[in-house]
Design a protein around this ligand. Structure first.
Ligand code: 5CA
Length: 452
């Protein structure tokens, strides 16, 4: 993309309404624009990152054997009356009527609708296990929408639902989600820690939240500092050998992450914390909740008659769980975890463009030609550069690149070209090296091998 033809409405001023750094940077970098309280338009740069996260989520869900569907945003209230949640959900649910006076609602989650799909089409235990998921906009009429996409009213969520014959199978689905979520966050450059949590209006008593540690997080968390050192790469034979079908493997990996003390304030037990965890390893911190998994057994299947014919021919209600990832919130979490005073620093796995090209002397024949050549070479390799081809001062171009956070920048100027070199700069470390344009392309291609 050439910046002169792109739509990147960066702000010079720091927006006064933004209280935390991720919100400020998303506004300043022209990623989002508020449309109403807690509701945002996604501008090109923000939309690109959202799509990247969505792709990672789809890939990891597919890898775990889960099947994508798409359910509607507007739902009929009838199904929610069946489960009993229409009245329970309270003011967080946005309700409306259609022209015939029928009660409708904007989906805050979709346990009822997916259960209705299931009961309409699945009748035998032989069709189990089954996990359906979607990535869809949700609406919750939060009392205090704040921090930009972090606590929105409209937000983008991956919600998945497992249907299993037995509790044991459903707990396998729970563990499988736990592992696939860890892998998902890892690809986004994030460490998210599974912590025992409270289930709220979704129900059930087996639930974990995934938290990214950050001072600006809304949740207070208590944990053994050892959990911070746990990583999927250290489990068994590493990431590539994960066997999502194996109950034993998934159980062992889930235990590896959940046997160490890590809880949100709702489930925190000071007695256990203080008698188990040695004092020097006790941590109280704040975190951003980027996902949550639930096992709630037959709560919805019994209420809504979602049964299958079991092996003995008798009908049995299916065991279910639901599993959410806050896709739009994740963008805020990534920025909270990865920025400096100049702007965002995207992890390579989610960056909106793979690198920037800065032309120090737009209009100089040689510089223009060198930039065009770099641009084509990168594009031919399947990479997406953002080429700042505007007639602007170098300082302004650098500031924009730093603000929008592309992990790599190639700087091209007449002086370097005389010696046959361009400059390659790493956004995170600020380190630069001079190398030939060809070598710069090769290096960027190597960096993104297996990621892009
Ligand atoms: N039905 C279950 C699982 S699909 C469910 O709704 N879970 S949830 O309530 O925990 O939401 C899943 C994830 O969505 C949360 O972990 C959080 O990351 C994100 N989320 C929830 N509310 C908001 C909000 N107001 N703004 C942005 N993201 C949110």
């Amino acid at each position: 993309m050439r910046l002169s033809r792109y739509f990147l409405p960066v702000l010079k001023e720091t927006p006064s309404e933004a209280q935390i750094v991720s919100h400020r940077l998303m506004l300043r970098a022209g990623m989002i624009k508020q449309a109403a309280a807690g509701i945002y338009s996604w501008l090109p740069l923000g939309f690109k990152v959202l799509r990247k996260l969505e792709n990672i989520v789809h890939e990891e869900q597919t890898r775990a054997g889960h099947i994508a569907i798409q359910m509607p945003i507007l739902q009929s209230a009838d199904l929610w009356r069946e489960s009993g949640r229409y009245d329970d959900y309270g003011q967080e649910m946005l309700r409306m009527q259609d022209r015939h006076g029928r009660d409708m609602l904007y989906t805050p989650t979709a346990e009822e609708l997916v259960t209705d799909i299931f009961r309409g089409h699945v009748s035998s235990y032989k069709d189990l296990p089954l996990t359906l998921y979607q990535i869809q906009w949700k609406f919750r009429d939060e009392i205090r929408p704040r921090f930009g996409v972090m606590r929105g009213r409209e937000f983008y969520m991956k919600d998945g639902y497992n249907f299993d014959l037995t509790k044991e199978d459903a707990l396998h689905a729970y563990n499988r989600h736990l592992v696939s979520y860890l892998r998902t966050y890892e690809r986004m450059g994030l460490q998210a820690i599974p912590m025992r949590a409270d289930s709220g209006p979704i129900g059930g008593d087996n639930t974990h939240e995934f938290l990214v540690l950050a001072d600006t997080g809304e949740s207070e968390v208590f944990y053994d500092s050892d959990v911070v050192n746990l990583s999927l790469a250290n489990v068994g034979n590493g990431l590539d050998s994960l066997n999502y079908d194996s109950h034993e493997d998934m159980q062992a990996i889930a235990n590896f992450f959940t046997s160490t003390y890590a809880r949100t304030d709702e489930t925190h037990d000071p007695k256990i914390f203080e008698s188990q965890v040695p004092e020097e390893r006790r941590r109280v911190a704040r975190g951003i909740e980027v996902g949550q998994i639930f096992y709630f057994g037959t709560k919805y299947s019994e209420a809504m008659g979602a049964t299958v014919q079991g092996p003995d021919g008798k009908p049995v209600p299916v065991h279910m769980g639901s599993h959410g990832i806050g896709v739009s919130r994740l963008i805020g979490a990534i920025i909270e975890a990865s920025h400096d005073d100049k702007g965002i620093i995207w992890p390579e796995g989610v960056t909106p463009f793979h690198c920037g090209i800065v032309n120090l002397k737009q209009g100089d024949e040689e510089a223009d030609a060198a930039c065009d050549k770099l641009y084509s070479a990168l594009t031919a390799l399947g990479l997406e550069p953002l080429y700042d081809d505007r007639k602007e001062r170098a300082g302004g171009k650098f500031a924009t690149m730093d603000l929008i956070g592309l992990p790599w920048r190639i700087t091209v100027g007449p002086r370097g070209l005389k010696n046959g070199v361009v400059e390659l700069t790493c956004r995170r470390t600020g380190e630069s090296e001079e190398l030939s344009p060809e070598a710069a392309v090769t290096k960027i291609a190597e960096i993104y091998e297996g990621i892009a």
